[in-house]
Design a protein. Structure first.
Length: 403
């Protein structure tokens, strides 16, 4: 059995429901013949289309010849295999082109005898296979067509939504501020909110003499001179230039989209001290000497001065701001002291030549310093006192019991 596979296959085919090998060969031969006939008819049609003269005659002749071929096929049931390639009909300027039927070899082939039960089985098997192939073909054709339909529907829906959308009114368009369009941003609730663009700002270009002064704008350090300070809101800003030689303070007005220029020279100024008594002045641990005009040279900017008179018990801290090249006056007005005067007999009291009242006198205000106090009795002599008023109250008693 293993040595004759063809014989074994032939015997097994009798038991398999379906067409035999001979029937398959016959179908293949018939397919080739039908293809050759179709090529011949197509060539003739192309030739006739190039020349439409005598179209009615050619049409009737073609119909007759096709009918003859149909009768032959109906009579014999199949085509025999054509010998050689299909003929090509040359183009001619004639009303009709004859077709030579000798090129169509329609010799009958031997039929394969099949009994009744075998024929029924073959017919049922073939019908089942055809139905299965038709179902798969339908599913294959539906998939791309369904995808294409889905794409068409999606594109159509987008186009409809665009064309049917009403135009935006001026109230719904985003606002444009200073050439910038407001951008929608999500808020805390997830909704879109329109945020206006940032407000315009200005700049400040600062130079100093000498250079390297520290620049502070509204108390915030910005660098050293020369410098351009950016992102300043349109308003008045406090500018301070601080250097070892002193500091300068100015108020600068900023205008939107413009640059304000500031040039300052940092050099010394003077402080003029006005005091009813001598004082000693110091700044920190450094003492400041006054000249014969009671003036002292200080660097520009703020200073905190310690003013003192130990003899009078006076001590005070004063703040002063010195401007470059200018004289700043510093007036000292210390608080007053008090004097209380009593006597062993009624008497009048005089202070620095002015009568202030009758004894007893309590807590009379008195300027700090040296004063002349006289206590006079009407019948007795007077008593004179030289007192120095300090931050401590003065207590004075005139005794007229002793000469």
């Amino acid at each position: 059995m293993s040595g004759r596979p063809r014989a074994f296959s032939a015997r097994q085919s009798d038991h398999v429901p379906g067409p035999s090998l001979a029937a398959c060969r016959a179908v293949r031969d018939q397919s080739a013949l039908v293809l050759a006939a179709a090529n011949t008819a197509a060539s003739w049609a192309r030739a006739r289309r190039a020349n439409w003269d005598g179209a009615s005659n050619a049409s009737s002749e073609c119909e007759s010849r096709i009918a003859d071929c149909g009768h032959l096929v109906a009579e014999r049931g199949h085509f025999a295999e054509a010998e050689g390639p299909a003929p090509v009909i040359p183009f001619q300027q004639t009303p009709s082109i004859p077709i030579d039927q000798t090129h169509l070899d329609v010799r009958p082939t031997a039929r394969v005898p099949v009994d009744g039960s075998r024929r029924a089985a073959v017919t049922a098997g073939t019908a089942g296979r055809l139905a299965s192939k038709r179902s798969r073909l339908a599913r294959w054709l539906w998939l791309p067509s369904g995808s294409f339909a889905a794409v068409v529907l999606a594109l159509g829906g987008t186009a409809c939504a665009y064309w049917l959308r009403p135009p935006r009114s001026a109230a719904t368009r985003p606002a444009v501020v200073n050439g910038e369009r407001a951008r929608p941003r999500p808020n805390a609730g997830g909704q879109q909110s329109t945020v206006a663009p940032p407000k315009p700002t200005g700049m400040m270009f600062v130079t100093s003499d000498p250079v390297g002064a520290r620049v502070l704008v509204d108390g915030r350090p910005r660098g050293v001179t020369p410098i351009t300070v950016t992102d300043l809101t349109p308003a008045d800003h406090a500018l301070v230039l601080d250097s070892p030689g002193g500091s300068v303070r100015r108020s600068v007005t900023i205008v939107a989209n413009e640059t304000a220029r500031v040039a300052e020279s940092i050099f010394a100024g003077w402080v003029s001290v006005l005091s009813p008594f001598e004082v000693a002045i110091a700044e920190g641990t450094r003492g400041i000497q006054l000249d014969d005009r009671n003036q002292a040279m200080l660097g520009p900017g703020p200073h905190e001065l310690h003013i003192e008179n130990r003899a009078l018990g006076y001590e005070e801290l004063r703040k002063v701001f010195v401007k470059p090249g200018e004289i700043t006056a510093l007036s000292i007005a210390p608080p007053r002291s008090t004097i209380s005067v009593t006597a062993t007999a009624p008497a009048s009291v005089w202070v620095d030549g002015s009568r202030v009242g009758e004894t007893p006198i309590a807590a009379l205000p008195l300027e700090l310093g040296t004063h002349d106090v006289v206590v006079r009795h009407a019948e007795h002599d007077e008593r004179r006192f030289a007192v120095t008023a300090t931050m401590k109250p003065i207590l004075l008693n005139a005794d007229f019991s002793k000469p």
